[in-house]
Design a protein around this ligand. Sequence first.
Ligand SMILES: CC(=O)N[C@H]1[C@@H](OP(=O)(O)O)O[C@H](CO)[C@@H](O)[C@@H]1O
Ligand SMILES: [Mg+2]
Length: 558
Amino acid sequence: MNDNQRSILLESSSRFPPPPGVKLSYGTSGFRADASVLQSTVFRVGILAALRSLKTQSVIGLMITASHNKVSDNGVKIADPSGGMLSQDWEPFADALADAPDSQRLLQLVDDFVKKENILLEGAQSAEILLGRDTRPSGESLLEAAKQGINSIAGAVAVDMGVLTTPQLHWMVRARNKSMKATELEYFEQLSNSFRCLIDLIPQGSAVNKINDKLIVDGANGVGGEKLELLNKILNGLDIEIRNSGKQGVLNEGVGADYVQKEKVVPCKFGPADVGIRCASLDGDADRLVYFSVLSNANNKIDLVDGDKILSLFALFIEEQLNTLNKCDRDTENKCYWPTLGVVQTAYANGASTDYLKHSGLEVVFTKTGVKYLHEKAAEYDIGIYFEANGHGTILFSEGFLHWLDGRNSELASTSKGSEQQKAALRLLAVSKLINQAVGDALSGLLLVEAILQHMGWSIHRWNDLYHDLPSRQLKVKVVDRTAIVTENAETVVVSPPGIQEAIDAETAKYPRGRCFVRPSGTEDVVRVYAEAATQEAADNLANSVAQLMDQFLGGGT
Ligand SMILES: CC(=O)N[C@H]1[C@@H](OP(=O)(O)O)O[C@H](CO)[C@@H](O)[C@@H]1O
Ligand SMILES: [Mg+2]
């Protein structure tokens, strides 16, 4: 950096002093905290985004959201050139920047990093960062802080894309880096066109359940509800009613995918009148999706259709299309190609889902919690399907496979246009356009679920009957220092402090079909306990006794 650049950075950073005593880390999905302490962090992430853009010579995204957390929280995360999460090797720099105690130290860090990464700050280099935010009231001023961070790096330009869902911003970053148009309208058009394509390809006579064809969506009082209202206007072939779209009601309060999945009760504005109707819930930034149906006479209880079941539905559909496409007759014998197909889950996946997927002949692998890990693993396959139980996931298609599929489709179009094989190729191509290739996306996921249910002629109940979840319980435990817990094996085993894993094993062994693990949350200051067992009571008891163990080993926090 030259002297001029140094003094610009010093001057601007002195306007964003870090709050004393706050230490943040770039966790499972960026920095998150109470919005009142985030100005300095977001300013510094602006700097990071600018450097990332200069380094990669690509468009970068910066999203201000705290997803499903309470409305007074906020957060910030970076979208890399591919539209995925920030490369993990830059996370330590993100942590160091956020924690720099003063402007001088910040300047030093930036200077050193720029040298180490060979980032050119002089000359004709330019950087472009797309900014998005969810509907939180703190979003606007945090976005301003991000802009100032970006503007303090020479050649960097911030483009405010306004209020967006997280997946929309990731989609736009990806599209821009592929030299495609990347406005919200293009996003909506791509989704609605590929959805239409799947609907038009539904086999004649599919027993679409007309009585059941209405869908009610809980928008979490956030950006997802707003955007779905816009998308709904250009969709046809779907009857969607949107509730909790954000006009009244508090973001994520008694609503949204996280609440519905964890509490297993109806969100606000849903009740007995909705029994039997297919319902879905988005989270606060619309990157998670779960379905549910309201149980009759059951005190607001629901039948939850979670991310694991969405994953299973997607996997079934993809397999069906691959089988049809590759139905070899003498003519096509040499033209079959079996892509590698992998399913990626975390330890939070219900054990019954994993059994079901394995019995269906699918390859199932596990990663640590956090989309960045699942996404990375899924990208190793020609077709990688990943979902967290909480409803975050997508299907990734490799460039190589899509290239082959395009060619095969053209070939089939000339030799056997309209054949079942060609339709299968067209369906797979449509899925690759509909489902967000950058990150899990509740809106595109919802359209794919709806298209597949219509294709299969399935009600939500038929879908839910694919397998039956094992009863489970999740608890949060406040401890003095959650980072004391170190895990291995996709977070299923605690290796430190010593003795904890043995104690968990001894508890788990008491319960038929018992499974239990603990890990420090990446987004909240808690240790999470997950337990599964043959009955709900047993799962509850196992979770409670392991929560007590956490207290004993780690000391209760305040
Ligand atoms: C058990 C659980 O739901 N954990 C969530 C939660 O992470 P934690 O690290 O568990 O706080 O938020 C992440 C970001 O949204 C999401 O990826 C993850 O699945
Ligand atoms: Mg989210």
